[in-house]
Design a protein around this ligand. Structure first.
Ligand code: ADP
Ligand code: ZN
Length: 455
């Protein structure tokens, strides 16, 4: 066999027409070819798919790719076939005869890349079929789904340890775009990776400009962002379906070309709205987090969060959908005290340990919103990395856009003093009203208009 690097280069050029590797692609592909288990964390747009597609073309046998989303799988198979790679998929979208056909091709050794849904990998199902096939390796895409500490835990992923048991001699390769140290360790443990090669890419996205602003008039704040990007594509995320509907109606009324997207719409509505966005018939999608995974639109110029997301992992992934073409794009996060309350309410039915974890994640993103350190620096730090220098000009902090308050020490003292005099029993909104000197009924009922901090 010729030198693996040479072989990989030839495949890259023959099937994709690319002449160089993106950062860590070569190292990742070499681990695959060497049959060494690996865990690879590369940011969105980093080129993960090639990391398993190219080695699959250099080896005998079929590479199995476990992927969580049916829509994503189909796109990947179509894209691979368009490059001349024999790829197929097995998931619940196939009927019996289509399924039989794929299995026959598999047995005949005609498939180089087989995408499968995790729920198919049961002992009575696909595991048996695969045991009669020559496998080159197994790749697990979106591997963070295996960990309950990740932001997108999927119970079916938990069953994937069966792959290690069923195929002890086939190497396993876990890929994800987002994983904190804890999630990485959990992925290794859950999948029973054997002394894996761990490759972690650079998390910074220098072409994105990050801003985080207090919510005042959120609709007009969003309106400003959309106007800055006249005619360009963008995504606005909101927490609830109700808020998505409210924002879409208001922004539409204001003359913007927007469409909503959330789980309460019919499949057809969702599909139509998504296609209108991809084909540039509308500029802006207003969505819950249900939107985005597997959507390959590289020219998204802005991602707005109309409220604080539930964790920095979510934020990194959602904001990361901006600027995948490498050109400049903007990410604006509008936050308010009520967002934390909203998340506490939504996450309230989790098991105690998971609830604690969710609250810790919530606090981290709330800190991110408030602190005055370079946002690029803060984001990569969350993923265990550090930049040599602050971004300088690609975040609100470095651009000096944040309003500074005069005499912040005295102001802080006044706030704490009011909290103390209110017997530490009232929240942010209430305290702000007292400090501003409101005559609201509840304040008068509590006698708080008589406090020295009132007004
Ligand atoms: P990810 O899954 O990590 O988000 P993809 O695998 O979808 O990223 O790759 C993002 C884009 O980059 C795709 O359009 C892909 O064809 C392109 N790409 C990947 N590797 C290379 C490379 N070595 N040279 C040029 N383009 C590449
Ligand atoms: Zn900065």
């Amino acid at each position: 066999m010729s030198d693996p690097v040479h072989q990989l280069r030839a495949v890259l050029s023959k099937y994709w027409g690319y002449d160089s590797f993106r950062p860590l692609q070569l190292e990742t592909m070499q681990a695959v070819l060497a049959g060494r288990d690996s865990l690879v964390v590369l940011p969105t747009g980093g080129g993960k798919s090639l990391c398993y597609q190219a080695p699959a073309m250099c080896q005998e046998g079929t590479a199995v790719i476990v992927s969580p989303l049916i829509s994503l799988m189909k796109d990947q198979v179509d894209a691979a076939r368009a490059c001349g790679i024999p790829a197929s998929l097995l998931n619940s979208s196939l009927n019996i005869s289509e399924r039989r056909e794929v299995l026959q091709e598999l047995k005949a050794g005609k498939i180089k890349l087989l995408y499968v849904a995790p729920e198919r990998l049961t002992p009575s199902g696909l595991l048996t079929d695969l045991s009669q096939t020559k496998l080159s390796f197994i790749a697990i895409d979106e591997a963070h789904c295996v960990s309950q500490w990740g932001h997108d835990f999927r119970p079916h992923y938990r069953e994937l340890y069966r792959l290690r048991e069923g195929f002890p001699d086939v190497s396993l390769h876990a890929f994800t775009a987002t994983a904190t140290e804890r999630v990485r360790l959990d992925v290794i443990e859950q999948l029973q990776l054997k002394q894996p090669e761990i490759l972690i890419g650079n998390f910074d996205r220098p072409n994105l400009t990050y801003r985080a602003e207090n919510k005042s008039e959120v609709v007009s704040q969003i309106d400003d962002v959309i106007r800055r990007h006249e005619g360009e594509s963008g995504i606005v995320y909101a927490i609830t379906r109700k808020e998505v509907d409210r924002l879409s109606e208001t922004l539409k009324y204001m003359g913007h070309k927007v469409r909503p997207y959330h789980a309460g719409l019919t499949d057809k509505e969702r599909k139509d709205n998504q296609e209108a966005f991809i084909d540039d018939r509308v500029t802006t999608i207003i969505a819950t987090v249900a939107f985005g995974m597997g959507i390959d639109k590289s020219d998204v110029r802005y991602v707005v969060h109309a409220a604080m997301p539930q964790s920095l992992e979510h934020y990194q992934q959602e904001s990361g959908r901006a600027g995948r073409d490498g050109l400049e794009a903007e990410c604006c996060l509008f936050f308010g005290g009520d967002d934390v309350m909203m998340w506490k309410h939504i996450l309230g039915d989790k098991e105690p340990e998971q609830y604690r974890h969710a609250m810790a994640s919530l606090n981290k993103i709330a800190d991110y919103c408030r602190v005055s350190i370079c946002r690029h620096q803060a984001l990569v730090k969350h993923f265990g990395q550090e930049l040599d220098a602050d971004c300088g000009s690609a975040c609100d902090i470095c651009l000096n856009e944040r309003e500074e308050v005069d005499e912040s020490l005295v102001l802080g003292q006044k706030i704490l003093s009011s909290v103390y005099r209110q017997q530490q029993r009232f929240g942010v909104e209430y305290t702000a009203q007292v400090l501003k000197g409101s005559n609201e009924a509840r304040i008068v009922q509590n006698g708080h208009e008589k406090l020295s901090t009132w007004g």
